[in-house]
Every structure is written in C-alpha cells, then in structure tokens.
Design a protein around this ligand. Structure first.
Ligand code: PLP
Ligand code: ZN
Length: 400
C-alpha cells in the first residue's frame, strides 16, 4: 500500500465524467465544462453538467487493507483521494471548520442532537471557499493567472480573497444592486469588478461571455464540474467529526443547487468506499419569493424557472434559474429528503435565534436552514433525530 500512498500525490483517482442530462460518459479532462452534446442550456433547457467519477473500488480496497485513505492535515485537502487535483494547492487553508453542538436549539425541536457546521470560520467566512480552493488550485496547475466568476456576493468575495494570496487576477461579475458592503469587500481585495445592469442571471451570462472571449479560468460552480468536488468536502468533514455516524438529516440553503448536491454526493461516496453504511436525508431550503428548485422538486412543470420580479433579502439564494438542478434532484432521489421554502420573516427570526441561543452570526441566507427545519418539524416528527444545519456564511455588516 506504500505505492498507493505515494501514488495519491502524483495521480488523481478520477476515472470518467458523466452528463447529468443525457447520461453519456466522457474521459476525464481538466478543461471540460459541460457535455458537448447537451451544451450549457438556455431558459427552457438545463445545462448538461458533468459529474466526476472516481475509482471507488481502489479506495474501498485501500480502506479495507490499511484503514487509511485520508491525509494527515487539517484542511479540506485531507480528502485528496476523492478530489480531482494531484496535490494540495498552495492556497488559503479551507475547511476543518467546527461542528458545533447546540443543545438549546435542539430542545426547541425535541431533537436528540442539533449541530451547526460553522462555515463562517473559513478564510472569507463562507462555504464558497471550498469551491474556490479547487478553482485556484486547478488554475495554478494549468498556469492560468486569470479567473472569473458571476456572483451575488459570496463566491466573488471568496475568489477575490483567494486571488490576493496566490497573486492571480480576479474578474467578478455582480448583479445590479449588489450591496455596498459586498462591493467594499471586493475592492478591498483588489478584484476587477464588473457591475451588471441586470440580475444574477444576467451577470452569469455576461461572465460566461467574457470568460470564453478571454480564456479565463471559470469559477462558476454551476458550470465547472470540478468545483462541486470542493463543496462535497463539507459532508466528509461532518461525517469525520461525528466519527462516521451519519446524522438523520442535513439541511442547506439552495440557490443553484451545487452545495446541497455536493453534500449528497459526499455522503454517497463515503458509503461507496465502505467508510459509512447509511445516508442522511437532505433538506433544501429556498426563499418563498424565489423558489424554482422547490417547484422543480414538486414537479410543477410551468414553474421551472422564476420569471417574476419578486425579491428576497436572502440574496445568496436569489437564483431564478438553478443551473445545477439536475444534480440536486438526482441526489434528493438517491439520498431521500425534501425541498421547502420559508419567508424572509421566518429567516429573520431564525437568524436571531442562532445569535441568541448558539452564539453564531449567520448570514440571513444561512438562517434559512433553521427556519426550514422549524417548518419541517410542523409536518414531520423530528423526535429523537440528529440534525446538522450547514451555516453556509457569516454576516458581513461592516466594511473591511
Ligand atoms: C451560494 C450560497 C448558497 C447556495 O449555494 P448553491 O450552491 O448556489 O445552491 C447558500 N448559502 C450561502 C451563504 C451562499 O453563499
Ligand atoms: Zn449530455
């Protein structure tokens, strides 16, 4: 097994890529974004997002023989054998965030245990850093100095922060009306900021146009299939921290669907390699005002994309056309679970509870997790359950 351990540093275990739309399989390529047949989709069709597969059989064997498949380090690269990079990047250290037991909140809901996965402790205070770590690592490996993304806030701030460390050039496309606090963070980190005259979905299209034109590396999680691989490490960490005892339910806010889709994939892979023997139920939460993923889950065919101009204070999930919806629906089917929506008022109440009863300063979007769990508790018995809420980002109310 010596050879396997050293091999892990020189070669990835990626085997092939598979399209979520048509199911076609392709040889792994570091530059493939979407399925060449299905394309990037449009307003009425989903993009042909690719999913990365690994040699799970080899890992299962290694785990059985040696009990060891993880590296000895604190950050997310300890799970290198299930990541698409050859070696850990020289990037800001991400992950190893606390899994906080919160008994006061658990008592409200009659739970056996409630945990907060506190992603506010990452370098730029959000879970997005996990995807950014993969993007900057892969861009560096390809010798690309320029990286771009479209973002309502956190992904752009994350990329900007990481690029200061690696001295890469960061180009961000933000929607009209991005808050002055978000813009201040971007300028603070020295990003090249393009403010769209439209919403997030317009900024997304503008970013893609520029990215293709200039040959920049894409940090758009909803297209670049490698980025979800970073996000799934949050599931690996939760399982590790619970000593491989899988929680009953894991809750995340849903925008494009990459985060919760990644979480589902992470737990599935642990089972696939024989590290664990069950899967959690996934609960995805959206804002009442913009809930296309909830409608898709409930199979309302006319409501697949959100065309109205209603708005929500939960700006990080105000996505009218969820681009990774096929991944999310596929994971919901495999792991089981629910999608539901909550009002902005519910999120405000939940945000206050997180501060006052757990001491965690969550972004409003992240408080959707607790609001969603409170809502679920009215129709499902949660008595005796163990639940993890993913606190995806911290509050940014001051200008750096
Ligand atoms: C991006 C984001 C989400 C949603 O992630 P998706 O991958 O778009 O579904 C949730 N919470 C916060 C704070 C985010 O920034
Ligand atoms: Zn396809």
């Amino acid at each position: 097994m010596q050879s396997f351990q050293s091999q892990m540093f020189t070669k990835t275990l990626v085997t092939y890529m598979k399209c979520f739309r048509c199911g076609r399989e392709y040889p792994a390529s570091a530059n493939a974004y979407v399925c060449p047949i299905c394309g990037a989709g449009n307003n009425s069709t989903d993009p042909g997002i690719l999913d990365i597969h690994y040699d799970y059989e080899a890992l299962r064997f290694v785990l059985k023989q040696t009990g060891k498949w993880m590296l000895v380090r604190q950050d997310m690269f300890r799970y290198l054998s299930l990541l698409p990079v050859e070696k850990p990047g020289s990037v800001l250290p991400v992950g190893g965030t606390p899994l906080l037991l919160v008994p006061r909140l658990a008592a409200h809901l009659g739970l056996q245990a409630l945990y907060l996965k506190d992603e506010t402790q990452n370098p730029t205070h959000c879970l997005k850093d996990r995807a950014t770590a993969i993007a900057t690592t892969m861009a560096l490996a390809q010798g690309k100095r320029d990286i771009y993304c479209a973002s309502a806030g956190n992904a752009a701030i994350s990329l900007a922060g990481f690029c200061t460390y690696t001295k890469q050039n960061c180009h961000v496309f933000v929607p009209y009306g991005a808050s002055s606090v978000q813009l201040a963070w971007l300028y603070h980190y020295g990003a090249d900021v393009f403010v769209s005259s439209g919403n997030y979905d317009d900024a997304f299209n503008e970013a893609e146009e520029a990215g293709v034109k200039y040959g920049w590396y894409s940090r758009n999680c909803a297209l670049n299939p490698y980025l979800v691989e970073g996000k799934k490490t949050v599931a690996f960490e939760i399982a590790t921290q619970l000593n491989w005892k899988i929680p009953d339910i894991v809750v995340s806010p849903v925008g494009d669907g990459c985060t919760l889709g990644g979480v589902g994939k992470g737990f599935r892979e642990l089972k696939e390699i024989g590290q664990t023997n069950s899967l959690p139920l996934l609960l995805g939460v959206q804002a009442e005002a913009i809930q296309p993923a909830v409608h898709r889950y409930n199979q309302h065919p006319l409501l697949h994309n959100h065309s109205g101009d209603s708005s929500t204070l939960a700006s990080s999930i105000a996505v009218r056309r969820p681009r990774n919806i096929l991944r999310l629906l596929s994971e919901l089917e495999k792991c089981g679970g629910w999608m539901l929506s909550v009002s902005d008022e519910d999120m405000i109440v939940a945000q206050r509870m997180l501060t006052e009863e757990a001491g965690v300063e969550a972004e409003l979007t992240s408080a959707a997790t607790l609001a969603g769990l409170l809502k679920l508790s009215k129709r499902e018995s949660l008595q005796g359950k163990t639940v993890v809420l993913i606190i995806t980002a911290g509050k940014r109310d001051s200008i750096p």
